[in-house]
Design a protein around this ligand. Structure first.
Ligand code: SN0
Length: 312
């Protein structure tokens, strides 16, 4: 693997899932691989799991870790080619990415969408500019349109917890007070299409994700019908894609409760708004996998970093 910008960078998903599970059983087995190698974790947005699990994954592989909060601790970056930089932005991505590449062997980056400018978000300007001007591999820690480390985590978690050969997996939209990105549902839909599962999506009308991503995945507008006999219910809020970045519904009837969960396992990437997305009783039950999912973030990141280190 030369980079991990999106799920397309995975050659063999089943194989990578198995490698992650092997690492989980023996996390310190490859401490020599990362010796004297450094990862730079760069954040334009908040993080809890991604920051700590990626740091832990790198340390498990013997790497050094440097973290930079680009929102508050660094110069404001200019991404536009040919820009006359006479206002607030002090440093161009051309220098920034090249300079960071002198200090680290892998760059990992988080850059959320604007949810205002659809075209700019779809172009993945920040992630792609780092990839273009860095001379080291780039890892996506959630960009405008994708969260491939979360999706790999989710694939690992479903693999570990499946009791039937071809589980029924439903991605359900749920209400939220804030407009949220499409990255998590996009990447979850993509990774489910790569696996042997019975996958469908349920959401209110107007919340259709990018059709280039959902492709022929069934979309069922009736949540009750969609989740019937599900083995896994993955809840997530996202804002409208067609009416870009808008909140079209906050209908509490879409919240997941124990009655809806029935015999299914509950999944969410976290952070989760209790009693808005999902009822306390679900999160506090044994059917919730959210903590196991968060734990798997380490091994998803570790499997990816190991592949990158082997190709440096
Ligand atoms: C982010 C999202 O993409 O939905 C990160 C998830 C891994 N979630 C949020 O921004 C939630 C913020 C909130 O206010 O609940």
């Amino acid at each position: 693997m030369k980079q991990y910008l999106d799920l397309e960078d995975i050659k063999d998903l089943d194989n990578l899932i198995q490698k992650a599970i092997t690492l989980k059983n023996n996390p310190f087995h490859h401490q020599e691989l990362g010796r004297n190698k450094t990862i730079g974790l760069l954040f334009f947005n908040s993080s809890l799991r991604t920051r700590l699990s990626t740091q832990k994954a790198a340390q498990n592989l013997g790497m050094n870790v440097m973290t930079l909060d680009l929102k508050t601790d660094s110069w404001q970056l200019e991404f536009e080619e040919g820009s006359i930089m006479d206002t607030t932005k002090a440093e161009h991505i051309k220098e920034a990415a090249a300079v960071i590449s002198q200090y680290v062997d892998i760059i990992a980056l988080r850059a959320f969408p604007t949810l205002i400018d659809k075209e700019q978000d779809q172009k993945e300007t920040i992630l792609k500019s780092f990839q273009k001007y860095a001379s080291v591999p780039v890892v996506n820690m959630e960009s405008a349109t994708a969260h491939p480390l979360q999706a790999l985590t989710d694939a690992i978690t479903i693999t570990e917890h499946s009791i039937v050969k071809r589980p029924k997996v439903v991605l359900s939209w749920a209400p939220h007070p804030k407009a949220l990105p499409h990255a998590v549902p996009n990447s979850f839909a993509k990774v489910m299409q790569m696996m042997d599962v019975d996958f469908s999506i349920t959401h209110p009308k107007g919340y259709e994700l990018n059709p280039e991503i959902t492709q022929n995945t069934p979309i069922i507008y009736n949540q009750e019908e969609a989740i019937e006999n599900a083995d896994f219910i993955y809840a997530k809020n996202w804002s409208s894609y067609t009416d870009y970045g808008k909140i079209l519904s906050t209908d509490q009837r879409w919240m997941i409760n124990l009655e809806k969960l029935n015999n299914a396992k509950f999944m969410h990437c976290l952070p989760v708004r209790r009693n808005v997305i999902v009822d306390d009783s679900v999160l506090d039950s044994d059917q919730s996998l959210v903590i196991q999912q968060a734990n798997n973030r380490t091994y998803a990141a570790q499997a990816v970093l190991k592949e990158l280190l082997e190709n440096l």
